[in-house]
Design a protein around this ligand. Structure first.
Ligand code: FMN
Length: 163
C-alpha cells in the first residue's frame, strides 16, 4: 500500500511509520477529525479467502474517502487506524478462521487522515468446510459504546507497549 500523502490530509496530522501483519509498511498521517457514521446506512464489503477486498458499496467508498479502484484488490488494513489494538484484529481473525461470525467496534482511518467508528460484523463464507471469503457489514455505533471502547482500546494499546 502507498504512503499517505500530505496533500490528501485535511487538518493537522501526526505521522506514523506503520508495519502490517504481512511485513509491509507505509507512512500514515492521522488527524483528530471524526466523520460520523451516516444514520440509516450500512457499509458493506466482501473479500476473497486472503482478505482482499473484492466488492464494496457506495457508503464504503464515501466514508473511507478512497475510490473504488483504490479499494478493490487491496486488504482491509488500508483502513487500519493506529489507535486500534492488535488484539482486536487477532480476535477477529481467530473467530472467522474458526468459521464463526465476529462483531466489534472498529475505529477506521480515512484517506484524508480522519477517522470514523463503526459497529462491524464479519461473516465467513464457507464452502465444503473451507473459508473462501468474508462479508463485512458495518452499522452506526452507539456513542456510549464508542466512548467506552475508545478507553478500553487505549488500555489495550498500552498493554501492547504503545501509547
Ligand atoms: C471482512 C473483513 C473486514 C475487515 N474490515 C476491517 C476494517 O474495516 N478496518 C480494519 O482496520 N480492519 C478490518 N479488517 C481486518 C484487517 O484484515 C486487518 O487484520 C487489520 O486491519 C489489521 O491489520 P494487520 O493485520 O495487517 O496488522 C477486516 C477483516 C475482514 C476479514
Amino acid at each position: 500500500m502507498e504512503d499517505m500523502q500530505p496533500r490528501d490530509i485535511v487538518g493537522e496530522g501526526r505521522e506514523y511509520h506503520w508495519s502490517y501483519f504481512d511485513g509491509t509498511s507505509r507512512r500514515l498521517i492521522v488527524t483528530n477529525v471524526e466523520t460520523r457514521f451516516p444514520t440509516g446506512e450500512l457499509i458493506v464489503s466482501q473479500t476473497d479467502a486472503q482478505g482482499i477486498i473484492t466488492m464494496c458499496n457506495d457508503a464504503f467508498v464515501h466514508m473511507s474517502g478512497f475510490s473504488r479502484e483504490q479499494l478493490l484488490g487491496t486488504p482491509h488494513s488500508i483502513l487500519r487506524h493506529p489507535d486500534m489494538p492488535k488484539a482486536a484484529f487477532a480476535d477477529l481473525w481467530n473467530t472467522v478462521d474458526e468459521g464463526t461470525r465476529w462483531s466489534g467496534y472498529v475505529k477506521n482511518l480515512r484517506r484524508d487522515g480522519g477517522f470514523y467508528w463503526v459497529y462491524a460484523t464479519v461473516i465467513p463464507k464457507i464452502r465444503n468446510g473451507v473459508v473462501v471469503g468474508h462479508t463485512s457489514v458495518r452499522r452506526e455505533p452507539s456513542r456510549d459504546k464508542v466512548e467506552e471502547l475508545a478507553a478500553v482500546y487505549a488500555t489495550m494499546r498500552a498493554e501492547e507497549g504503545r501509547v
